[in-house]
Design a protein around this ligand. Structure first.
Ligand SMILES: Cc1ncc(COP(=O)(O)O)c(C=O)c1O
Length: 407
C-alpha cells in the first residue's frame, strides 16, 4: 500500500484550509481517523449500543464482545502475556495517574524517590509531583544530554535504597528519539526498582513488545494510533496489578459489596470502575489492523524516506536549531522539533497554517525540557505514513518562505 492509497482511507486528508490542500503534520498530537475506525465507532453506536459486562440481552452481549475483542487485540499488539494485564483507560494521562495513585499510595512513602526523565511530557511529571506532595516523596531528574539522548551513566548514579520507580517515555514528544527502555529496565531491575514507560509517541511507529522491553508499566493513548479519542491503555505486569489497590471505586469493579466490607473483581476489571468507553474502545481493532497492514508497505518505506529528507533539510539549515539529533535515524521517529533564531515559534506556525501546513507550536507540554534548552517553545512537525514526499517538500518550502518573511 502506498501513502496515496492509504490517504484515501482518511476522508479528512482530502479537505482544504484557506483554499489550500491540508498538509497535516501534527500527528504526534493526534492522528487522523480512517473510515474503518469511524465505521467501527458509528456501528457500535448505531447497531450494538448496550452497557458492557452487565446484562444478558443480545445488545449488551454484542457490546461486551466488541469491548473484550479489543482487549485481546491490544494484548497481542503490545505482546503482553495476558489480557488480564490490559486495563482500558481514557488515555495515557489517565493510565499514568492510575499508577501514581494506586501503586504510589501502596508502595511510595515519605523520603522515597521517583526518577523522572527531564524530557517527559507533563502527563509523566505532574502525577509524580502530586504523589510526592501527598506522600512527602522526592522527584529525582534523569537529565538529557544536549542531543536529547538520556544520560544513562548519570541514571546509574541516581539509584539508592530510597528509589521506588523510574518514569520515562519510550519516545519523547519533543525530541522524537527512541529511548533505550530495555537497558533502562535492566538497570532499574538490578536495583530492584520497577519502570513505567510512557508509550504515547511510540505505539504508532514502533513494534512494541512489553515482554521484550521488560517494563513494569506501559501507558498509551488510542487517539495517537488512529483509534477514537477517549481511549487509552495501561499495561502492567500481573504481579503489580494484583498487589495494587483499586484507584476509582464504583460499578463493575467489585465482587461483593456490603456495609461490612467490599471485595473486588479480578484484574483488570478491578481498575475499570463505572461504564467504560463502550463505543470507542472497539476502534482499537481497526486501528491496530491498519498499523499491521502498514508493516513492510510502501507507505512505511516512504515515511522512512520522508524522515531522512526532513531531518537533512532541517539540520543543514543554519537558521534552524533542530532538537533530538542523532547519527542514526533508526533511533528517531519522524517527529521534528526546532527553533528559528530570532523568530517566535507561534508566528512561524501561523504563517505555515496560512499555507495549509498544520504544525504544533509552543512548549508541547514539556516545559522542563524547554527550560533545559533555554526557549519558551518550539515548532514541531510530526509525520504519519499517510503523509507524502510532496507534502514533506511543500512543508520545507513553506518553512523557508515563512522564515524569510519573519527574518
Ligand atoms: C509523550 C506523551 N505522553 C503523554 C501524552 C498525553 O496523552 P493524552 O493527552 O492522550 O493522555 C502525550 C500527548 O501528547 C504525549 O505525547
Amino acid at each position: 500500500m502506498t501513502a496515496e492509497e492509504l490517504r484515501k482511507q482518511f476522508p479528512i486528508l482530502s479537505r482544504e484550509v484557506y483554499g489550500k490542500p491540508l498538509i497535516y503534520l501534527d500527528n504526534a498530537a493526534t492522528t487522523q481517523r480512517s473510515e474503518s475506525v469511524i465505521r467501527a465507532l458509528s456501528d457500535s453506536a448505531l447497531l450494538h449500543n448496550g452497557n458492557t459486562h452487565r446484562a444478558v440481552y443480545a445488545l449488551a452481549g454484542e457490546a461486551t464482545r466488541a469491548y473484550e475483542c479489543a482487549r485481546v487485540d491490544v494484548r497481542d499488539f503490545i505482546d503482553a502475556a495476558s489480557v488480564d494485564e490490559i486495563v482500558f483507560t481514557s488515555g495515557t494521562t489517565a493510565s499514568i495517574n492510575l499508577v501514581a495513585y494506586s501503586f504510589g499510595d501502596k508502595f511510595i512513602g515519605s523520603g522515597d524517590e521517583i526518577i523522572v526523565a527531564e524530557s517527559e511530557h507533563h502527563s509523566d511529571i505532574i502525577p509524580w509531583q502530586l504523589l510526592a506532595q501527598r506522600k512527602g516523596a522526592k522527584i529525582v531528574v534523569m537529565p538529557v544530554e544536549e542531543s536529547g539522548a538520556l544520560d544513562l551513566e548519570k541514571l546509574e548514579s541516581l539509584f539508592n535504597r530510597r528509589t521506588k520507580l523510574v518514569c520515562v517515555a519510550h519516545v519523547s514528544n519533543v525530541l522524537g528519539l527512541i529511548n533505550p527502555i530495555k537497558e533502562i529496565a535492566s538497570m532499574a531491575h538490578s536495583h530492584g526498582v520497577p519502570v513505567l514507560v510512557d508509550g504515547a509517541q511510540a505505539v504508532a511507529h514502533l513494534k512494541v513488545s512489553v515482554r521484550d522491553l521488560d517494563c513494569d508499566f506501559y501507558a498509551f493513548s488510542g487517539h495517537k494510533m488512529y483509534a477514537a479519542t477517549g481511549t487509552g491503555v495501561l499495561y502492567a505486569k500481573k504481579e503489580w496489578l494484583e498487589q495494587m489497590p483499586p484507584f476509582i471505586g464504583g460499578g463493575e469493579m467489585i465482587d461483593t459489596v456490603s456495609w461490612e466490607g467490599t471485595t473486588y473483581a479480578p484484574i483488570p476489571f478491578k481498575f475499570e470502575a463505572g461504564t467504560p468507553n463502550i463505543n470507542s474502545v472497539p476502534t482499537f481493532v481497526p486501528a491496530i489492523g491498519l498499523i499491521r497492514s502498514l508493516d513492510g508497505s510502501e507507505a512505511a518505506f516512504g515515511l522512512d524516506k520522508i524522515k531522512n529528507f526532513v531531518y537533512n533539510a532541517l539540520s543543514s539549515d543554519e537558521r534552524i536549531v533542530l532538537r533530538g539529533t542523532t547519527q542514526n535515524l533508526d533511533e528517531k521517529v519522524p517527529l521534528f522539533s526546532f527553533s528559528v533564531k530570532g523568530v517566535h515559534h507561534e508566528d512561524l506556525a501561523l504563517l505555515l497554517d496560512k499555507q495549509g501546513v498544520a504544525v504544533r507550536s509552543g512548549h508541547m507540554c514539556a516545559q522542563p525540557l524547554m527550560t533545559r534548552y533555554g526557549v519558551s517553545g518550539m515548532v514541531r512537525a510530526s509525520f504519519a505514513p499517510y503523509n507524502t514526499q510532496e507534502e514533506a517538500q511543500a512543508f520545507i518550502l513553506a518553512l523557508d518562505k515563512s522564515i524569510n518573511m519573519l527574518k
